[in-house]
Design a protein around this ligand. Structure first.
Ligand code: HEC
Length: 748
């Protein structure tokens, strides 16, 4: 290369670097072209926590501190704190203890209670709070109780330690749904997160809950559509939820609007560059195989994205506040995303250029959760487990299995670490919360705390106590606190106490801060149910200067059938033709209404039994299949064009021989299909009953423009019987070689 050109390229390179590097970065080792030098042969042997820490790259100034590790914790997957700062750790002790995942469903898992009794920031006391659990996956603290949900179950229990020995001695069913969740554990719900709006959200299932402390009962509130997502759920300071969906390799989704208004994503809410991840070691154990690996054997795209969180504390640099952190345990890294609001439309960009916030060259680093803690720092849950994918993806014949065995990853079990992310010059808050012992008046003061953990927990405890004595203080705070977030929390707390009066509400609608006005509009949705004049009060904001407020107004009116409410929506649409989020969200909603009407028309023409199959199938599809195949059967295409699973709309097989489809659903399928390779595989669903399989298939044959006869449970039974004893998944070649059975009585 000529000297002058080289010089030009260098200048250009520096210019691009300066332009794209939004945050200073710890200098990682790079080659001449600027790429991070990757360790091509990482050692799979487990390291001590201290050793593992040395293998982590973080931006300059950031550090990790060890909070707990094995043997104190083992296979941690989620953490929460109660109002007194006691940490509860869910431990999936039976998860993938060997390459076949045997014994996974055994009642052997635990939730531990961890305490730092001397205030040095390291946990020093651990008790098994609950044992004999099946893979505990969701926790929520309410007062002295812990709400818990296990894998394969839809029931939710509350546990409490009443004699102070650190072990739960009272167990009560707070939400009863005896149906068993048959989905693979990777596809089951997570979350159970108390949001700003006093609703408790989960992923996957078409439901959110409210909780009554006195009755110790969760009440379900059905959403109009399943919210999507998989492992991990987080919210920002204003109650915006962020989901992630590893099945479709989608690091973030369904964050444009609250899921109660339906699902809505922009294809360009982030771009293809955002989907690329930058590990610093070879990551051979990638489910998608060679398709997902660069020439240097690093993961080239998000694949196991999970356990995301918005940083909401006050002990990291201010520019980290509101950023979305997304663990990627297959890439052994954590992405830091900037969340950008442009006229109400949210987009995400990587905070670094072709580099990650945190990347480890320790093969066993498996970050599966992140969360802001009471001390204002961010916590990272590192499962530190050899195999990260569930056994469905490690079966004989899979790409993964030999990779796991070659590296001996199955040998690393029983470990786990919890870290605290800190920054130079900032000290974690040592003031341990005492909310459960404090008066309600004291709790009110925490609604203006700079750390979101304190604000959220104070609001939650206040609502649980239903202590009306603080209503005057809350009203004063709602209208006159100089702190925007305090006003927002005061409003939601009042709403949670059923004590928000129309005067306070009206003043909030006129607040100088757009986020407070947006909050008031959102709350107005609840008030409208009892006060019809609220519709007019909200309508007065139709020309609000803030696009966030106008978008919320269109959403809050969406399900109000009154002429007035619908007129507000029409007004907003005609006066904001260029506001993408407002216009597109409404368009998607209308399109869904039409699609539903079309199904209803088809259903009317069908016989009763067929109709039931299709309706049941629609729910199964939205909760499970849509993760990979997309809500509209056209694949998931957020942030790029690659797809995790084939298009079902108009597909030849889908409209063709039902037996072939039944075979696929019962035992699973691995590609390629029509020459196309997908990064995921079709999981076997034979653990479900005949009606489930028949319903799912009947639905995909009668939506997305498809039209084919329904599949009957009896057909499923017949094919199931024919396949008795077989567990191996299919390839297309094998399926296509199966000759149709001669009809009885016909001579061949
Ligand atoms: C984890 C992702 C995932 C989930 C969940 C999933 N699929 Fe699939 N599905 C795939 C992939 C990937 C393929 C293509 C086979 C391959 O490449 O391994 C596929 C293939 C199929 C095919 C064959 C398509 C053809 O053209 O031959 C059908 C039919 C199908 N899936 C239906 C369903 C139904 C119905 C559900 C829900 C009950 C479902 N899938 C759930 C990933 C998934």
């Amino acid at each position: 290369m000529k000297k002058s050109r080289q010089w030009l390229l260098t200048v250009l390179g520096i210019a691009i670097l300066l332009y794209t590097c939004k945050v200073t970065q710890y200098p990682v080792q790079r080659d001449a072209t600027g790429r991070i030098l990757v360790n091509p042969h990482p050692d799979p042997a487990p390291m001590s926590p201290q050793e593992s820490l040395k293998h982590m790259y973080l931006p300059k100034g950031y550090h990790l501190q060890l909070v707990a590790s094995e043997p104190m914790v083992s296979e941690p997957v989620a953490i929460v704190w109660d109002g007194n700062g006691v940490m509860y750790v869910a431990e999936m002790l039976t998860y993938m203890v060997n390459v076949d995942g045997t014994g996974e469903g055994a009642k052997l898992c635990t939730i531990k209670r961890l305490e730092d009794t001397n205030g040095d920031g390291v946990m020093d006391k651990a008790t098994i709070f609950i044992d004999s659990l099946v893979l505990p996956r969701m926790m929520l603290t309410v007062g002295h109780r812990l709400l818990v949900s296990e894998t394969n179950s839809n029931n939710i229990y509350s546990y409490e330690d009443t004699n102070g020995d650190g072990r739960a001695d009272v167990k009560k069913l707070v939400y009863k749904n005896e149906t068993i969740d048959n989905k693979n554990l990777e596809h089951q719900k997570s979350g159970l997160m108390w949001n700003l709006d006093n609703r408790i959200y989960v992923t996957v299932d078409q439901v959110r809950y409210t909780y009554n402390f006195k009755a110790n009962k969760l009440t379900p509130d059905s959403l109009r559509e399943p919210p999507g997502g998989q492992w991990g759920l987080t919210n920002d300071n204003y109650g915006r939820l962020f989901f992630s969906q590893a099945g479709s390799e989608t690091p973030a989704l369904n964050f444009q609007q609250n899921p109660s208004y339906g699902r809505f994503d922009f294809k360009d809410q982030y771009n293809e560059a955002f989907q690329a991840v930058w590990p610093i070691i070879a990551t051979p154990d990638v489910q998608g195989g060679l398709l997902r690996l660069r020439a240097d054997s690093t993961l080239n795209h998000f694949t196991a994205c999970a356990g995301q969180s918005i940083y909401r504390g006050d002990k990291l640099p201010a520019d980290a506040s509101g950023d979305l952190f997304i663990p990627e345990p297959v890439g052994r890294l954590i992405r830091r995303a900037k969340v950008i609001n442009t006229d109400g439309k949210i987009t995400l960009v990587n905070a670094y250029d072709k580099q990650e916030f945190l990347a480890s060259s320790d093969m066993n680093f498996r970050p599966v959760n992140t969360v802001t803690g009471p001390d204002g720092c961010m916590y990272i849950v590192d499962m530190y487990h050899g195999i990260i994918q569930e056994s469905n993806w490690t079966r004989t014949g899979s790409y993964l299995r030999p990779q796991i065995l070659r590296k001996g990853l199955e040998k690393n079990i029983g470990r786990g670490r919890i870290y605290r992310l800190v920054h130079d010059g900032f000290k974690p808050d040592k003031a341990r919360p005492r909310m459960l012992d404090e008066t309600s008046a004291q709790l009110v003061t925490y609604l203006s705390h700079p750390n979101g953990w304190w604000r959220d927990n104070a609001q939650k405890e206040l609502v649980l106590r239903d202590d009306q004595s603080v209503v005057p203080a809350l009203k004063t705070m709602a209208v006159s606190s100089p702190n925007q977030l305090a006003r927002i929390h005061a409003l939601w707390t009042l709403n949670g106490l059923n004590a928000l009066d129309i005067e306070t509400f009206a003043r909030a609608l006129k607040d100088n801060d757009p986020q407070v006005r947006k909050t008031a509009v959102w709350i107005g949705e609840d008030l409208m149910k009892t006060h019809t004049e609220v519709v007019d009060q909200l309508a007065a904001l139709k020309d609000d200067p803030s696009p966030d407020v106008r978008f919320q107004l269109s959403l809050s009116m969406r399900y109000n059938p009154s002429e007035k409410a619908q007129a507000v929506i029409s007004y907003l649409l005609s006066h904001n033709p260029n506001n993408e989020v407002l216009v597109q969200s409404n368009r998607v909603y209308q399109a869904n209404l039409e699609a539903k009407a079309e199904i209803a028309r088809t259903e009317r023409l069908m016989r009763e039994a067929d109709r039931k199959l299709v309706t049941q199938g629609a729910l199964i599809f939205k909760q499970l299949c849509a993760t990979c195949h997309g809500m509209d059967g056209k694949g998931v295409t957020i942030g790029g064009t690659g797809m995790t699973a084939p298009i079902l709309a108009g597909a030849k097989d889908v409209n063709g021989n039902p037996d072939k489809l039944i075979r696929i659903l019962l035992l699973g399928l691995s590609g390629p299909i029509d020459g196309k390779k997908y990064p995921d595989v079709m999981p076997p669903l034979g653990g479900n009953d005949d009606e489930y399989i028949a319903s799912a298939l009947s639905y995909i044959r009668n939506d997305f423009g498809n039209k084919a006869p329904t599949v009957k449970p009896a057909d499923v039974k017949r094919v199931r019987d024919e396949l008795a004893g077989r567990t191996k998944g299919w390839t297309m070649a094998e399926l296509d070689s199966i000759k149709p059975k001669p009809l009885p009585g016909r001579r061949n």
